[in-house]
Structure formats: C-alpha cells, structure tokens
Design a binder for this molecule. Sequence first.
Ligand code: RIB
Length: 304
Amino acid sequence: MSNSITVLGIFVADLCFIGKKIPSIGQTQIGNDFQIGPGGKGSNQAITVAKLNGDVNFISRLGDDEYGHMALEIYKSNNVKINSVLLDKNEKTGVAGIFIDEKGNNSINVIPGVANKISKKDIDNNLDTIKDSKIFLTQLEISTDITMYALEKAKDFNCITILNPAPARIIDNRYFKLIDFFTPNEKEAEFYLNKKIENEEDIKQAAKDLLNFGIKNVIITLGEKGAFFKNDKEEYFLDAYKMTDKVVDTTGAGDVFNGALAIALSNNKSVKEAIIFANKVAAISTTKLGAANSIPTIDQINSK
Ligand code: RIB
C-alpha cells in the first residue's frame, strides 16, 4: 500500500459576500466585498493534502463549464490527481452562496449541481485507487448512501477511514463501525447525539457516546477552543494554535483541519501530533479570505 490519500467529495464555486454582518431574515445590507473562489468540502480537503505535499486522488464530478475549469486549474497547479474526476458535459458545476461577517463567521447554502450525480458506479470505477490508498477521507455533501458505500469499500481494503460529518446528516447505526476517525464540530456532535453540548463535561460525554456507536476515534473540533480527542485508551483537549494575525474568514477551516489531519496520519505522526498540526494549519487558513484560496503551503506553515 502506498502513502496516498483518496478524498471523495464535491467541488463548488464559492460566491462569497463579505459585509459587516450576516444579513438576518428580511434584511438588506450594503456589503463590502465579493469574491468567487474554489470551494466544496471534499475539494478543499484534497487541495489541503496536495498543498502539504501529499499524494492525493480526488473522486468527484465537475461540469464542463467555467467553474469546472476553475477547479481543474487549481488541481493542476497544486498536483491533485484527477484521474477519478469525471467531467460531465450535461450537468453544471455547483455553487455555494456564502455570507461572511467582519469577524470571519459565515453561513453557507450549497447547491452541489453535477456532484449530485456522483454514483456507486463512480466508486466502483475507482476501487483500485481506493485500494491503493492508506487513507480514505470523505464528508457528507454527497448522499449518505453513496458515502457509506464508499466507506464500506475503503474499510474492506483496510484504509484508515476519516469521516468529517459535515453537513450533519443521519447515518444508519450499522455504518459507524466503518469509521476510524470521526471529526464533527460541536454542532454536528449535538446533531448525532440529539443533545446540547455546553461545557467540557458535555464534550467528554459526547465523545464517549459517539465511541459507543462503534467509531474508533473521535475528534470534536471546537473552533477557537481547539479540539478534543477520545478513543478507548486515552482522551485529551488540545488548545487551538495561538494566532497573532487577525481572523478574516473561517470558511473551510474545518476542511483544512481534516486534510491536514489526513496527511499527518499518512506520514505516521501520532494522533496527538496530527491534531496539533491540523489545528495550526486550520488556524492559519482563517487569516485569508476564501476556502481553497486560503490554504497555506507547507513553507508558509513552517515559517509560523
Ligand atoms: O467547508 C466550507 C465549504 O463548505 C465551502 O467551501 C462551501 O463550498 C461548502 O461546501
């Protein structure tokens, strides 16, 4: 088996509207800036791995249109392998509408477009790629049915599986045992447990409850508070990376965390080292506008 990482997920073009606040229902505000850039959780994760010098295959679909070509360009310049990206002439590449406020918070509406056509056949067509991977990383922006099918295949091939359950969607209980690393944020963990997480005790209990589902390792990401890890042997909180630069945009920080976690694990770092590294890379990504456009290179990370 190689050291490579396969990411299954979607690409969309992020249409970012930057303003003082995220407008509330019925409100119109005059914004400050607008930017179109590469996004989609799976794509952001694959680009993160590539920017950190990882060997990464992306399984997805793109439309043969302006935004699809934007994706191909960024994959080419960052060495994301695209043998498993199907260019569909009949469908449109998706988009996301993103509101960003002056503190860097966001709210997102994703239209997956052509990525909604990703099928079990796409997974079957790429079994050799998955088989040859050390790590299989995915999220929940495509249907859970196909995601679980792919996770089953990856587990059959003994890949280390990482499921970033974003956006949170119902997962049938029988699939949790396929997950080596489950990486929800607090809100996503609340969704799976159907209860509020309000303090450190709640976080610890949430991780314990998630492990009881059959997941092997749980990492609950806590934004500016860092992350909490638990498996059947150990548990610990890890602080967020201390930043000196201003947070501009947190869009994609979770994706960067997952991509960085995957590359660190593929390089045989300990889980603790991998989380510390992922926290750092994710924090640095929040100091620039955009999702994929804000992912730092390994040189930029080492210089911090
Ligand atoms: O996680 C951030 C990403 O979620 C954005 O790039 C947006 O496209 C949505 O998929």
